[in-house]
Design a protein around this ligand. Structure first.
Ligand code: HEM
Length: 478
C-alpha cells in the first residue's frame, strides 16, 4: 500500500476500510461511474471492496488500455458466478489470459464463428425469422392490438441461438421444472448482481447474499441438459443435421494440449458462453433500435423507404440485402453508441504493474471501460445525447474496435469474437421487422412519451417491455 501511494495512482474517491467505494455504485453503475469521472478524470482509481479498480471514460484513455498496453490488460479478474455457474471459470469469456484462453478463443473463432460457419446457418436464420414474422402477422389481424415486441425478439434470439449452438430448439418442459428461459435469465441475473465475494474475497465462502446456493442450482440444471446434449452428439451423425457448435467441440474432447486436456467441463462452459453471449446481446440491441425508431418516426420512415428501394414490397429481406442498407446500418451504429449492450464491457484485469499516462496501475487491477461514457463524450460527438443516425454519413467510424469513440464490442485481444454473427442477426431482424410492418405505439402514446428506462445487468435491456401495434405492409403475395 505504501509503495503504491508513493507511485501516484490515478485520482479518485477515497473509500472506507474494507468496503472501499462500493457505496457509490447504485442501480446504474455505468451512470454513477460516468458522474464520478466528470469529477476525477477519464482515468480514475477507486477501491471497490479490496480490489484496485481503474475506470476508463474517454476514447483516448480506452485506446491506451486496449491498444497501447493491450497485453497487460488482457486478463480477467476472478469471478464468483463463473466459478459456480460456468464449471469452475473454465469459460472463454472469463478465463484468465494464458494458453487455455488463447487456444479456446482460436478454436471458437476459426471453428465456430468464422464467416463460413456463420453462413452455414443462414437458412436456419431465415426460417426462424419467418416464423417470428408469421406470428406477428397473425397478431396484426386483430387490428389495434399491441404485441410484446421485447418478448417476440427475445424468443426469436433464444431459438436461433439454441439451434446454432445446441443443434435444436429446447422447449421449456424438456429442461427443468423452471423452464429453459427462466433458468438462463436467473443465471444472467446472478452473474451480473453485485456479489460481495468478488470484491471482498475472504467473505465469499460465507455466501452472505445467498447467491452461491442459487448459482449451484442453476449450474446443476445446465449440467443435466449439457450432459444429455453431449451424449446425443457422441452418437454418429446420420448426415442430415448441419454440424453445430457442440459437434465441433466434441471433436476436440480428450485432445491433449500442452498445459491442459479438453474435457467435458470445458465444453460445457464454452457451450454456456456461446448461448449467453449470443442470446441477450443481439435481442437487447434490436429492442433498443426499435424503441429509438419508434421515438423518431422520421428515421423509421427513412429506413422503410430505403428497404422499399433496395428490397421492394413484394418480398422479405434476405441477408444478401444487408450490405446495401446504408441508413439501416447507421441506425444500428447509433443504437450501439447510445445503448451499448455491455456498458462497462466485461471487466479486464492487469497481469503486471504498469505505468499509463504517468499513473501507476497495480498488478491485478480490475479495469472497467465505460463505453456508455465514451459513446457520449462531448469531445468526440456533437449533440451526444441525441439519436441522429445521419452523423455517420460519410464517416469511416465503425463498431469493430478500431475507433475508440465507438467500441460496443470492445477492442484488442479480448474484443468480442462474435461481432460478425451479432451484427448479422441485429441487422437482419431489425430490417425484417421494420420492412414487414408499420408500428404504432399503444394507447395513443406520443413517440416522445415512450419510456426509455434501462435495467442494469450483464446486458442492459429496457426496464419495461416494448409494446407496439403492428400492421402488415408488404404486398399480400410476399
Ligand atoms: C450484438 C451482439 C454482441 C455484442 C454487443 C457483444 C459484445 C461483447 C463485449 C462488449 C464483449 C467484451 C469485450 C471486452 O471485454 O473487451 C464480448 C465478449 C465476448 N463475446 Fe460478444 N457480443 C455480441 C455477440 C456475441 C455473439 C453472437 C457471440 C458468440 C456466439 C459472442 C461471444 C463473445 C465471447 C466468447 C466473448 C469473450 C471474448 C474473450 O473474453 O476473449 N458475442 N462481447
Amino acid at each position: 500500500w505504501w509503495k503504491n501511494k508513493k507511485k501516484r495512482l490515478p485520482p479518485g474517491p477515497t473509500g472506507f476500510p474494507i468496503f472501499g467505494s462500493l457505496h457509490l455504485l447504485g442501480e446504474f453503475p455505468h451512470k454513477d461511474l460516468h458522474r464520478l469521472a466528470r469529477k476525477y478524470g477519464h482515468i480514475m482509481y477507486m477501491r471497490l471492496g479490496l480490489m484496485h479498480t481503474i475506470v476508463i471514460s474517454s476514447p483516448e484513455a480506452a485506446e491506451l488500455f486496449l491498444k497501447t498496453h493491450d497485453l497487460v490488460f488482457a486478463s480477467r479478474p476472478p469471478h464468483e458466478s463463473s466459478k459456480h455457474i460456468s464449471f469452475g471459470q473454465k469459460n472463454l469469456i472469463f478465463s484468465e489470459y494464458g494458453v487455455y484462453w488463447r487456444d479456446t478463443r482460436k478454436m471458437c473463432t476459426i471453428e465456430l464463428l468464422s464467416n463460413h460457419k456463420i453462413n452455414s446457418f443462414k437458412s436456419m436464420r431465415r426460417e426462424e425469422v419467418s416464423l417470428c414474422v408469421e406470428s406477428i402477422r397473425a397478431a396484426a389481424n386483430n387490428r389495434g392490438v399491441a404485441v410484446d415486441l421485447s418478448d417476440k425478439v427475445s424468443s426469436l434470439s433464444v431459438d436461433m441461438s439454441c439451434r446454432m449452438v445446441l443443434g435444436k430448439k429446447y422447449k421449456d418442459e424438456e429442461f427443468d421444472e423452471r423452464g429453459f428461459k427462466s433458468v438462463v435469465r436467473e443465471g444472467i441475473q446472478l452473474a451480473s448482481a453485485p456479489n460481495l465475494g468478488d470484491y471482498i474475497p475472504f467473505i465469499a465462502p460465507l455466501d452472505l447474499q445467498g447467491f452461491t446456493k442459487r448459482m449451484k442450482s442453476v449450474n446443476k440444471a445446465f449440467d443435466n441438459l449439457f450432459e444429455k446434449i453431449i451424449e446425443e452428439h457422441l452418437k454418429p451423425n446420420d448426415g442430415e443435421r448441419t454440424k453445430d457448435f457442440v459437434d465441433v467441440m466434441v471433436g476436440f474432447m480428450g485432445s491433449e494440449e500442452s498445459e491442459y486436456r479438453i474435457e467435458r467441463p470445458h465444453i460445457k462452459a464454452i457451450m454456456l458462453d456461446m448461448l449467453v453471449a449470443s442470446m441477450d446481446t443481439s435481442s437487447t440491441t434490436i429492442e433498443w433500435a426499435l424503441s429509438e425508431l419508434m421515438r423518431h418516426p422520421k428515421a423509421m420512415k427513412k429506413v422503410q423507404k430505403e428497404l422499399e428501394n433496395v428490397v421492394g414490397l413484394d418480398k422479405m429481406v434476405e441477408e444478401s440485402d444487408l450490405g446495401k442498407l446504408d441508413y439501416l446500418n447507421m441506425v444500428v451504429k447509433e443504437t450501439f453508441r447510445l445503448h451499448p449492450v455491455a456498458p462497462l464491457l466485461v471487466p479486464h484485469a492487469s497481469t503486471e504493474d504498469c505505468t499509463v499516462n504517468g499513473y501507476h496501475i497495480p498488478k491485478k487491477s480490475r479495469v472497467l471501460i465505460n463505453v456508455w461514457a465514451t459513446g457520449r463524450d462531448p469531445n468526440a460527438w456533437t449533440d451526444a445525447e441525441k439519436f441522429i443516425p445521419e452523423r455517420f454519413e460519410g464517416s469511416s467510424v465503425d463498431v469493430t474496435g478500431n475507433h475508440f469513440q465507438l467500441i460496443p464490442f470492445g477492442s484488442g485481444r479480448r474484443r468480442c469474437p462474435g461481432i460478425q454473427l451479432g451484427l448479422t442477426v441485429v441487422q437482419l431482424v431489425l430490417a425484417q421487422l421494420v420492412h414487414c410492418f408499420d408500428w404504432e405505439l399503444p394507447n395513443n402514446m406520443l413517440p416522445e412519451e415512450l419510456d426509455m428506462t434501462e435495467e442494469f445487468g450483464l446486458t442492459v435491456p429496457r426496464a419495461k417491455h416494448l409494446l407496439a401495434i403492428p400492421s402488415y405492409r408488404l404486398r399480400k403475395s410476399a
